[in-house]
Write a protein that binds this ligand. Structure first.
Ligand SMILES: [Fe+2]
Ligand SMILES: [Fe+2]
Length: 420
């Protein structure tokens, strides 16, 4: 079977034709059964993802921005009628809790892979599982002895694809093989670039995951530093690559994907505001390591669904100081990078932690990482929460302008706006 990259790159685009609905008819407290768009100066922008649960604040923001109407894809007419006629039934909390605790156990033992890199015609030698509705199902039973050729059936798999954690090195090898094939396939240069970016991102995830396993390793920090240099080079050469480098479609939050996203966004902002290269390097490494202290937090608390108790919240907050303690032992990390770790949860209003610093007390790297961190948290998907759209995440950040540096936030919005 010939290797078919082409299929992998194609994105599903929304069908044309929109239904107009008064914004005030949107309901709070229940999950949206469709994607919601607005028309912003004639441009259609997605504001809510299917599955987002609206609250009063969300609707107020739309009102403040003057969006009296929202739009849906015309194919959603049936869901709209149902949504407006009665409140969809929420699944029983108890059922979700049981499913979630099973899922959390398996989550730590699996690793999400990029579906786009499973190219029809290529061979794999590790099993692949489908992750959907909190359940893992083996869909490809491959091994060294029984390698399996990927077929186009892989496109019809709904949900995400994961592998066992122990098979990560085999996945890395598979990616390397793909890289070699990429040079000799007949696809456009642009498509090759997209695939190359995905490969780069997959490799970055592994580097970051390895560091978090062994956060005191100087060798692994060096690898992250090399990663920062590669990202800087990529983003300077081609600002559009930022979106390609972010992992926004994951099934869940992982500290390693979050760390890379915050690193990429901070580096992007550093380049956008024209910091010197040496400063961007220091910002990048600080941003990549900003949550390194989370390695000290038990998985049950980090992955808890629902509200945290006061004690759990205090434990989470400790990640800032424990991160600093890990980093200051490591001479590879420049001191100028520390504010990204120590101050990424501080707020200009003084409402942040751990020190409740205010205004000028918060340094530039702390301010930048805080914006990137919050943006990524809002746009990250969790199994029980659809991600906010970039448009809406930025609206929320702007609303909290007393907490974030206003001029940096404007540049951040411009930066993301500049990217197609
Ligand atoms: Fe954090
Ligand atoms: Fe973070």
């Amino acid at each position: 079977m010939a290797v078919n990259f082409k299929y992998q790159i194609k994105e599903i685009t929304p069908t044309e034709g929109l239904i107009k609905v008064e914004t005030k008819r949107l309901q709070t407290g229940i999950a949206l059964p469709f994607n919601v768009y607005v028309k912003d100066n004639g441009v259609v922008k997605k504001v809510f993802n299917r599955g987002n649960i609206l609250n009063r604040i969300f609707l107020e923001i739309l009102e403040e921005k003057g969006f009296d109407y929202v739009y849906l894809d015309k194919t959603e007419i049936k869901s709209l009628e149902y949504y407006l006629s009665k409140k969809p039934v929420k699944p029983k909390v108890q059922d979700i809790k049981v499913a979630f605790s099973n899922y959390s156990f398996f989550k730590e033992k699996h690793y999400q892979i990029e579906k786009k890199l499973l190219v029809p015609g290529t061979e794999i030698n590790f099993p692949i599982y489908n992750l959907k509705n909190l359940e893992f199902t083996k869909i490809i039973n491959a091994s060294d002895k029984n390698p399996v050729v990927i077929t186009e059936d892989i496109f019809s798999v709904e949900g995400e694809l994961v592998i066992e954690e122990k098979d990560i090195p085999l996945y890395e090898e598979y990616i390397k093989g793909l890289q070699d094939k990429l040079a000799n396939v007949d696809i456009s240069e642009e498509d090759k670039k997209i695939i190359a970016n995905i490969i780069f991102k997959e490799n970055s995830k592994v580097v970051m995951k390895e560091l978090l396993k062994d956060p005191r390793s100087g060798k692994k920090i060096k690898e992250v530093q090399n990663l920062v240099d590669d990202i800087i080079k990529k983003v300077i050469e081609e600002p559009d690559s930022i979106y390609g480098l972010l992992t926004l479609k994951g099934y869940d939050y992982y500290t390693y994907t979050h760390s890379i996203n915050v690193g990429v966004l901070s580096i992007g902002l550093g380049i956008h505001i024209k910091l010197e290269k040496e400063k961007i390097q220091k910002l990048g490494i600080g941003a990549m390591l900003h949550d390194i202290g989370k390695t000290k937090i038990p998985h049950e608390i980090l992955n808890k669904q629902g509200k945290l108790t006061d004690t759990e919240y205090k434990i989470i907050q400790q990640h800032v100081i424990s991160g600093y303690e890990i980093i200051k032992e490591n001479k590879e990390v420049p001191k100028e990078s520390y504010p990204a770790i120590l101050q990424h949860h501080e707020k200009l209003s003084g409402r942040g932690y751990p020190y409740g610093l205010k205004e000028e007390e918060i340094e530039l790297f702390g301010r930048i990482t805080a914006i990137a961190d919050c943006y990524d948290a809002l746009t990250t998907r969790r199994p029980y929460k659809a991600p906010l759209t970039p448009f809406f995440a930025l609206s929320i950040l702007t609303r909290e302008k007393k907490d974030y540096d206003k001029s940096l936030l404007i540049e951040f919005i411009k930066m993301l706006g500049n990217i197609k």
